[in-house]
Design a protein around this ligand. Sequence first.
Ligand SMILES: [Zn+2]
Ligand SMILES: [Zn+2]
Length: 467
Amino acid sequence: MATLEFIGAARQVTGSCHLIKTGATTILLDCGMNQGGAKADEQNEQAFPFDPKQIDAVVLSHAHIDHSGLLPKLVKDGFKGPVYCTPATHDLIDLMLKDSAKLAQKDVEWSNKHRKRAGKELLEPLYDLEDVDTLLAQRQAVDIGSKVSITGDIRIRFREAGHIIGSAIIEVFINDQRRQTKLVFSGDLGNDSQVLLRDPDIIESADVLLLESTYGDRCHRDLPTTLEEFYRALDDAAQGGANVLIPSFAVGRTQELLYYLGLRHRAGKLQQKFVFLDSPMAISASDIYHRHINLFSHEDSQAFYTAIEKGWQDWLPILRCTRSTEESMAINRIQGGAIIIAGNGMCTGGRIVHHFKNQLWRSNTHVIIVGFQVQGSTGRALVDGASHVKVLGNDIAVKAKIHTLGGFSAHADQKQLLEWAGHFKKSKPELHLVHGELDPMLALQKAFHQQYGWYANIPTAGDVVQI
Ligand SMILES: [Zn+2]
Ligand SMILES: [Zn+2]
């Protein structure tokens, strides 16, 4: 009998990690980082609750750090097996994990400066670039739709998840001598109304279903309304001669924003003169998106596909990509009329916090929040209406106008989760909710009960179930 252990993203959104043991082999689904403040940092520092040397393989749903971010630590702690992922994820984690290692290094240097003065023991980074390089050599790209054997008794198949480029739902087929068990892990499930990406594949049978529940308690505002709000916020800012700051995830959301800004510009309605993509990571991610253009859904806009063939700048001619620190700092001199897209998405670091330091205290600044903000992050504080936030050690008054747009989400909402999982109705797998805060999970659990009479379990970290 195989077992499934919930290691991470149990009653929380980040730190996705699930352990499957069959008796003969042991695999991990995802090995993600915990994000969102000091408690998450502590969780990341803790030893894995299993022996990384005993893991035969990792199967990775997608490149986001809350799914992939502890892979280099796994390698540092002795994991030597392959990491299966889709080709786009293969390219993206190169970028994202190197960035993550650099951030870890920077954080440690900063802490150590203070610890040294206080006579405290110096810290080591969670992992370094060498660990990332070792991990990257263990990647094995598998196309969406191909079924492959990964251990003597486990086969897997990636299916389209429609969340970011390369994101996958994972089907796990476990053969023990007597029977085959099929587990489906939704990974992060895309929002049907997202542009550029395909919709999540529909799957109808499973024995066990692990379902994300980030937005288990709410339905997104529809896309036309969200776009209207977005364009109105941009127009308001332009008329007031203000700058617009958009904290954005480098992978996925940024490219979607570029798509809409291009659309608006081409219609002659974008009043801003410049769009700055002020994130080396988002610039590289956009290049990777461009390289995997074959994965895009072609339903959305033929004009876009014609323009994007040549590059993002052909689609949005007022786009300025600022890779260097000098170019980024030069943006500070622009007093109005610019849209500045910068990472990181939850405003806990990256270049956006420098722009916050310079502009958040001005009433003539607009901030547009376009993505999920985890508890404890600066972005969440802004969404919740904080009057002051701590930015780079400074207490900054929030005078800027904050717009929160829910409808751009890259995640399925409650209705879409129920609909997608509803296709399993006949096989009614054992259902476990993961990747959500407790309240949304409870709401989703209730909805499953009311709509399908189907019990959804909400595991805690460390729970083990037989599958
Ligand atoms: Zn994700
Ligand atoms: Zn996630």
